[in-house]
Design a binder for this molecule. Structure first.
Ligand code: 2AM
Length: 183
């Protein structure tokens, strides 16, 4: 139901500026090897729940669902890079998903489903897209997962955000339209 009458939205974890800068530095390193399209520093994020295109009046229901989430803050560390051959996305992921992140994501997803939003059924795979249209062959298959960082990159997660996405001439434009602090 894409079109002028709908709004494309998703919930995400947004890095602080220091983390975004380190993420972007890693993205540039990967870009040198894999090519493709480098994500802009101010757009880097990890999606918590992708909602997709909805009627603008349904955004209020998203806010109600997010208001009900009760979850503690936590430390997040992305400690592996990879490249998905099926969609040519080079990303940072994590070897182990922290329990607190699992809790936050499943609480939010449950409340969104209760409110009638359809979410993906496939397991949650937290990641930060660094490159699109990447040549994954530049990352050897055995080493499909390899951390280019000398240290994991992360941040203290203190909130989650609701983001409105619109397509512009130079890629997606993201606007934060809501923010919910964690406990
Ligand atoms: P991606 O970076 O792996 O493409 C905005 O588009 C955000 O929502 C991106 O982080 C994107 O993930 C994610 N996203 C887009 N379409 C999606 C879908 N159908 N299911 C899950 N996540 C999606």
């Amino acid at each position: 139901m894409a079109g002028a009458a709908t709004t494309r939205v998703f919930f995400a974890l947004w890095p602080d500026t220091a983390a975004a800068s380190r993420l972007h530095a890693l993205a540039r390193q990967l870009h040198a090897r894999l090519g493709g399209r480098l994500m802009r520093e101010d757009t880097l994020h990890a999606t918590l729940a992708f909602i997709g295109d909805i009627a603008p009046e349904r955004v209020a229901d998203l806010r109600v669902a997010a208001d009900a989430v009760q979850a503690p803050g936590f430390e997040l560390a992305f400690d592996e890079s990879g490249c998905w051959r099926h969609n040519h996305i080079a990303y940072l992921g994590m070897r182990r998903i922290p329990q607190a992140l699992h809790g936050l994501q499943s609480d939010l997803a449950a409340r969104l489903r209760e409110a009638g939003f359809r979410l993906e059924a496939r397991p949650f795979s937290p990641h930060i897209t660094l490159l699109r249209k990447a040549e994954c062959a530049g990352m050897s298959k055995e080493k499909e997962k390899e951390n280019p960082a000398t240290e994991p990159v992360g941040w203290s997660v203190r909130d989650f955000v609701l983001v409105k996405s619109s397509i512009s001439a130079n890629g997606s434009r993201y606007e934060q339209i809501g923010r919910w602090p964690l406990l």
